[in-house]
Design a protein around this ligand. Structure first.
Ligand SMILES: Cc1cc2nc3c(=O)[nH]c(=O)nc-3n(C[C@H](O)[C@H](O)[C@H](O)COP(=O)(O)OP(=O)(O)OC[C@H]3O[C@@H](n4cnc5c(N)ncnc54)[C@H](O)[C@@H]3O)c2cc1C
Length: 445
């Protein structure tokens, strides 16, 4: 341990970008501290992935029940208040459990707003801490529309704790947070309208797959209003009127799902010379900022890979290896699985369909109807589509699927995509039958 500084490594933020790497450092004798200004564990466990999936499970169950066409009887109505209580029971343990895990791994935990004083010093609440290396893992916060009546809007953090299922809800924005929230409330019986600024939802997914997903959600009862600019929200006797360039919409709850913004403000970054822009903190290919002893991980990074928990984990562990001296290589991102948790799901990984179609000299695309697989009938699926992408050496390099099980299919194919298996090599994988994992390999033809 350095004799000059209080710590070898200090993390700003206590989300996955921090707590997944920190124990790897203390395991090698490094002295490590973590500074968190809000709830230990950050977005994913408290008001992101874990909270969301705990609520969404009821929506999935209800849709499956409906699709069973009376074989399993009952309305499957969702008690939203109890659903939120169930979610709260699951997530309330995370802050203490994660803090305990860190302290058990000899990481010192401090609470307070972290702010750089110089390249090695951070003001953490009323303490000044020094460290040889600092890792910025401060994540993102919700973008909020700057319109008249903005005070009536809620963000995803509010939404995931809202105990009432309103009769009508307006969701502004059709990214994955907007669509997932809209779909689960629709399943709970709410009449949901999604306002889209353009005519494309889910940037980053293939347009024809997104169109089919939106059509499926529309058939379930969601309404999409495209090319609509939201201009104001007004309070009415019964709720709110959302005013847009495409008309006015009544709602008991309005969710602003217009994006996420990196947490770079008020941290003294300009003063100490750490480069950032509106996309986040700028780093080199070793995740070092413009100050070489300062790294950045997770959502706060400016990067062109999906800002997701497993990405933050990968980066956090990569930076720990860099600081430990176990890895000197530039970061080499693996294939990252991405999923939209609606029903049906839309998931993808590896080379995108757009890239494959634009480069026929490099890739072959195989399009299939997943309903050719009898197993999909067991839980009453009605439609689905998969595209698999192979390079000219016959190795699987990408996949996109729209179906009730798309996330499991993509997870099952990830090792093949990451390690470049050919169809012949994939035949050596003798999976359990009948399962979706078996279907994943069957989908390859
Ligand atoms: C509604 C929602 C659903 C999501 N669903 C999924 C999903 O299904 N799957 C998935 O993979 N990802 C999902 N994500 C994304 C996932 O939550 C993030 O990618 C992940 O949390 C990133 O981890 P992080 O450590 O970079 O940031 P965070 O988890 O946001 O942690 C950053 C921490 O830094 C703290 N902080 C900020 N500034 C300071 C400061 N100056 N000083 C001290 N502390 C500070 C914050 O309080 C926060 O606790 C979802 C996100 C949202 C919002």
């Amino acid at each position: 341990m350095s004799t000059t500084y209080d710590y070898d490594v200090l993390y700003l933020g206590a989300g996955h970008g921090a707590f997944d790497g920190a124990p790897m450092l203390t395991a090698q004798g490094k002295k490590v501290a973590m500074v968190e200004r809000d709830t230990f564990g950050g977005t994913c466990p408290n008001w992101g992935c874990n909270a969301k999936i705990a609520l969404e499970n009821a929506a999935s169950l209800r849709r499956e029940l409906k699709a069973s066409e009376g074989i399993v009887e009952g309305s499957g109505a969702i008690n939203w208040q109890k659903n939120v209580a169930h979610k709260n029971d699951i997530v309330k343990v995370f802050p203490n459990a994660l803090q305990g895990l860190m302290e058990g791994a000899n990481v010192d935990v401090f609470f307070g707003d972290g702010r750089f004083i110089d390249a090695h010093t951070v003001q953490a609440g009323d303490k000044q801490l020094t460290a040889e290396n600092i890792v910025i893992a401060t994540g993102m916060h919700s973008h909020r529309l700057n319109i008249e009546g903005a005070e009536y809007l809620h963000d995803s953090k509010d939404f995931l704790s809202n105990e009432e299922a309103p009769e009508k809800m307006v969701v502004i924005g059709a990214g994955y947070i907007g669509l997932e929230s809209a779909a689960m409330m629709q399943a709970a019986g709410t009449d949901v309208t999604v306002i889209m600024r353009g005519d494309r939802a889910l940037a980053g997914f293939p347009a024809d797959y997104v169109d089919k997903l939106l059509a499926a959600l529309e058939a379930q009862g969601l309404t999409f209003v495209k090319n609509a600019n939201t201009t104001a929200v007004e309070k009415t006797a019964n709720g709110y009127t959302v005013k847009t360039s495409a008309g006015d919409f009544e709602a008991g709850y309005v969710l602003d799902a217009t994006g996420r913004i990196p947490n770079t403000e008020g941290m003294g970054l300009e003063e100490v010379g750490i480069d950032f822009d509106k996309g986040g903190i700028i780093t080199n290919d070793h995740l070092q900022t413009s100050l070489p002893n300062v790294y950045a991980t997770g959502d706060v990074l400016h990067k062109d890979v999906p800002k997701l928990t497993p990405t933050a984990t990968f980066e956090s562990q990569y930076v720990a290896d860099q600081i430990n001296g176990d890895d000197k290589e530039a970061i080499d991102y693996p294939a990252i699985g991405t999923n939209v948790f609606t029903t049906p799901r839309l998931a993808q990984a590896g080379v995108s369909l757009a890239e494959a179609k634009a480069n026929p000299d490099k890739y072959d695309v195989v399009e299939s109807d997943v309903m050719a697989d009898w197993f999909r009938l067991v839980d009453y699926e009605k439609s689905g589509q998969i595209s698999t992408i192979f390079n000219k050496q016959g190795q699987l390099v990408g996949v996109v699927e729209l179906s009730e099980h798309a996330e499991d299919i993509v997870n099952a194919l990830l090792p093949a995509i990451e390690f470049g298996y050919t169809k012949k090599e994939l035949r050596r994988l003798v999976t359990i039958f009948p399962t979706i994992g078996y279907s994943a390999l069957g989908d390859l033809g």
